[in-house]
Design a protein around this ligand. Structure first.
Ligand SMILES: [Zn+2]
Length: 310
């Protein structure tokens, strides 16, 4: 390549990157995959779910014990991420069952949130955004690297949890929330005071069999369509003060004189196209009953001589 060619490359590349920095709607200009037909997040329309009785209990391995070693909390410039890798013990934090095509090892977890003015979940429920969303990213145990897993539709499995604001703080989030002040600036990281049981970050154990499932992608570039998504129906409680800690403490990478608070770090819902969102066996139907209760109730209503005529 001659000097002229180099000149052109030098001029155009920063422009492309700047367009990408313009926000999620420009990502497809940087990476074609981001304009694909199986992108995430999506709106979960509860009137259009398809029940799959094969979506039973997820098997959680190592979620119920605090592993030895340290967990590192990082401000990676896009989100707050807790790295679960690096310790031999992380080999034993895994999920399987629940219709997942294999066993998946936990890699990291991170959050998406809004601003003082608005909610910031990535998935939406019947068109509504929730205050915050947790993602726990797992890699199919048959792949050795993230790069390898990204090349397969079932290479990764992500668990998504919605948050709702409660009066009382959620003590299970204290370790993460108190670590935020040490990672205000992009690139900073802190070793958490202690590891903890990952299960404590999830909805109540009795509600973990209620979830939505669909085939999608990573929600940041390169948007690889390699994710089996599980989004739990029951939100996790968090107080205003805890939520504000995310919105107010952490900053995006400095690009100008004024540091910008890390807010609205979510991608909006992408078109579902030909995909379906499945409801697990126990997920609540749009009529407000767990699926396995619906049929007998309906049957009773139909058989009852007291049921009102149409
Ligand atoms: Zn995420």
């Amino acid at each position: 390549m001659g000097p002229q060619g180099l000149g052109i490359t030098f001029v155009t590349l920063p422009l492309v990157i700047r367009a990408a920095a313009g926000g999620p709607s420009h990502w497809k200009e940087l990476k074609a995959t981001c304009g694909g037909s199986k992108q995430s997040p999506v709106n979960i329309d509860r009137r259009r779910l398809q029940r799959d009785s094969g979506l039973g209990d997820i098997v959680f391995e190592g979620y119920d014990q605090a592993p030895p070693g340290k967990w590192r909390l990082v401000n990676n410039g896009h989100t707050v991420m807790l790295s679960l890798e690096g310790e031999p013990a992380s080999e034993h934090i895994a999920i399987s069952g629940g219709g997942l095509p294999g066993r998946y090892r936990a890699l990291q977890l991170h959050f998406h949130w809004g601003s003082p003015a608005g909610n910031g979940s990535e998935h939406t429920l019947d068109g509504h955004q929730l205050p915050m969303e947790l993602h726990i990213v797992h890699i199919n145990a048959k792949y050795r690297t993230l790069g390898e897993a990204k090349g397969h539709p079932s290479g990764l499995a992500v668990l998504g949890c919605f948050f709702q604001v409660s009066e009382a703080p959620n003590p299970n989030y204290n370790t993460i929330v108190s670590g935020l002040r040490n990672i205000s600036h992009a690139g900073q990281s802190v070793d958490l005071a202690s590891t903890f049981r990952l299960s404590t970050l999830l909805p109540r154990a009795s509600r973990l069999s209620r979830y939505y499932r669909y085939q999608g992608s990573l929600t940041t570039p390169d948007c690889s369509e390699a994710v089996v998504w599980t989004v739990f129906e029951e939100p996790v409680d968090i107080s205003w003060a805890q939520l504000r800690a995310f919105v107010n403490t952490v900053y995006f990478p400095a690009s100008g004189a004024v540091p910008l608070k890390m807010t609205n770090n979510y991608r909006p819902p992408q078109p579902l196209h030909s995909r379906k969102v499945f409801a697990s066996r126990d997920a609540t139907s749009s009529r407000g009953c767990p699926g396995h209760l619906l049929s007998p109730l309906l049957l009773l209503a139909l058989l009852s001589p007291l049921s009102p005529s149409p």
